[in-house]
Ligand binder design. Structure first.
Ligand SMILES: Nc1ncnc2c1ncn2[C@@H]1O[C@H](COP(=O)(O)OP(=O)(O)OP(=O)(O)O)[C@@H](O)[C@H]1O
Ligand SMILES: [Mg+2]
Length: 261
């Protein structure tokens, strides 16, 4: 359903940030995109939702297709209207607006009556938001703001949701709640591309995962397989395996991978 093929992205016409990224999110699946700071995860999402322009970024090679249609070059609002919604990094809620106003802002692509119906559905799903519907969003806790950001993205009735590090800065219990919500949405048939640095959380909810490092996919496979992989456990899950701190094996793997591709 979402097909990113051999994508290259350059910022300010000089900085090559994505160096040939290929990624698929089949309909109804949850796919995780993992990787350290600066790997290019957010950039990949920007390429999908048409937000590169405002960051002086440009696709220089490859393609992004959603439902078989090329996304590159289309306007961000047309892309959202077409069934994709994104929750941006740092849960950008509109802090001065009320919870309800934030949600309605996510429904701009719907006729007013449908937006009202969608609002009620959001309040049914998120009881905490219903209780605070008239409160200023800036007064919500971090976890509540993340829920609001996700609820707002759902207001446009997307078929695919892109989440950029939804667990960032949240307490473990709240991370668990976000993970549970993602699983519920997936069970309802929503397709999800989940960008995370919290590999344990992401691998627990995703069916497939890719690891991005320095603009390249260095590993990919079924989430369960990656979660069981020794290198992944050591470098992404912080689980020491047999206590080795040997980086060479990963490097070796990468060389082999490059050679194969
Ligand atoms: N607007 C921009 N102009 C120039 N360089 C940028 C711009 N935005 C991002 N970059 C650079 O592109 C690289 C990838 O950034 P990106 O934000 O995509 O990484 P990320 O994987 O999302 O990292 P993080 O986990 O910290 O959010 C970084 O080196 C970053 O400095
Ligand atoms: Mg990012």
């Amino acid at each position: 359903m979402l097909e990113v093929t051999n994508l290259e992205v350059v910022y300010h016409q000089v900085v090559l940030v994505l160096k040939g990224v290929t990624l698929r999110v089949p309909a109804g699946e949850t796919v995780a995109l993992l990787g350290p700071n600066g790997a290019g995860k957010t950039t990949a999402l920007r390429a999908v939702t048409g937000l590169l322009d405002i960051h002086e970024g440009r696709i220089t090679k490859g393609s992004v297709r959603f439902d078989g249609r090329e996304v590159a070059g289309r306007r961000a609002d047309a892309i959202v209207g077409g069934g994709l919604a994104q929750v941006m990094e740092g849960r950008r809620v509109l802090v001065d607006l009320s919870v309800e106003e934030n949600l309605l802002a996510g429904a701009w692509s719907l006729p007013r009556r449908e937006a009202a119906a969608e609002l009620e559905r959001a309040f049914e799903r998120f009881a905490i938001l219903a209780d605070r519907r008239r409160q200023q969003a800036g007064y919500l806790s971090g976890g509540e703001q993340q829920m609001l950001a996700i609820a707002r993205a759902l207001m446009s009735r997307p078929r695919m949701l892109l989440l950029d590090e939804p667990s960032l800065g949240l307490a473990p219990r709240v991370v668990g709640e976000v993970a549970e919500l993602i699983s519920t949405l997936a069970a309802e048939g929503l397709s999800i591309l989940l960008v995370e640095q919290n590999a344990a959380m992401a691998l627990s909810v995703a069916s497939h995962a890719s690891i991005l490092e320095n603009g390249r996919i260095v590993r990919e496979g079924p989430a369960a397989e990656l979660a069981a992989d020794e290198d992944v456990r050591e470098f992404y899950l912080g689980l020491g395996g047999d206590g080795r701190t040997d980086y060479r094996r990963v490097k070796h793997y990468r060389r082999r991978k490059r050679w194969l591709s």
